[in-house]
Design a protein around this ligand. Structure first.
Ligand code: TYC
Length: 135
């Protein structure tokens, strides 16, 4: 609405909270003493918020970690109830690996560390890894 009458050679920024308008006077000293009106330029600035990359946290099967311990891990670190934890554990037992959850990088990294530390402390060979999720 301040883009009233005295602008020429300008780009008009659409209004809205995601669009910042950078305004600068152009011409500077050259405008002094000229007959034309002062000139301003309004430049659209792209909003730069990006969705974070996501990572899958996986557990791997082995021959020694007790089924009950894997269920406990899924309940304790991934907020699964007993039924969901049992399903995931059996999927891993039969297929070799399975997904515990999908998280941003730092949270996935923390989960992996927590699971690995917990398993090592109990002397179980359970392995937990993360991989970048698609899209
Ligand atoms: N295969 C293990 C057993 O028979 C159970 C197990 C399941 C281990 C899932 C690890 O991520 C795992 N005791």
């Amino acid at each position: 609405m301040f883009l009233a009458t005295s602008f020429r050679n300008h780009l008009v920024a659409a209004s809205g909270e995601q669009i910042a308008a950078a305004i600068r006077m152009t011409g500077g000293a050259q405008n002094i003493g000229t007959s034309g009106p002062a000139t301003s330029t309004i430049t659209k600035v792209k909003p730069k918020t990006k969705r974070p990359s996501l990572y899958r946290v996986l557990i791997l099967n082995d021959d020694y970690t007790p089924m009950e311990f894997v269920i406990l891990v899924l309940e304790k670190f991934f907020q699964k109830d007993a039924e969901a934890a049992t399903k995931i554990m059996l999927h891993v037992h039969h297929h070799g690996l399975g997904e515990c959850g999908i998280f941003t990088y730092e949270i996935a990294e923390t989960k992996v560390t927590q699971v690995m530390d917990f398993a090592r402390k109990r002397q179980h060979p359970l392995q937990c890894v993360m991989e970048k999720a698609n899209a």
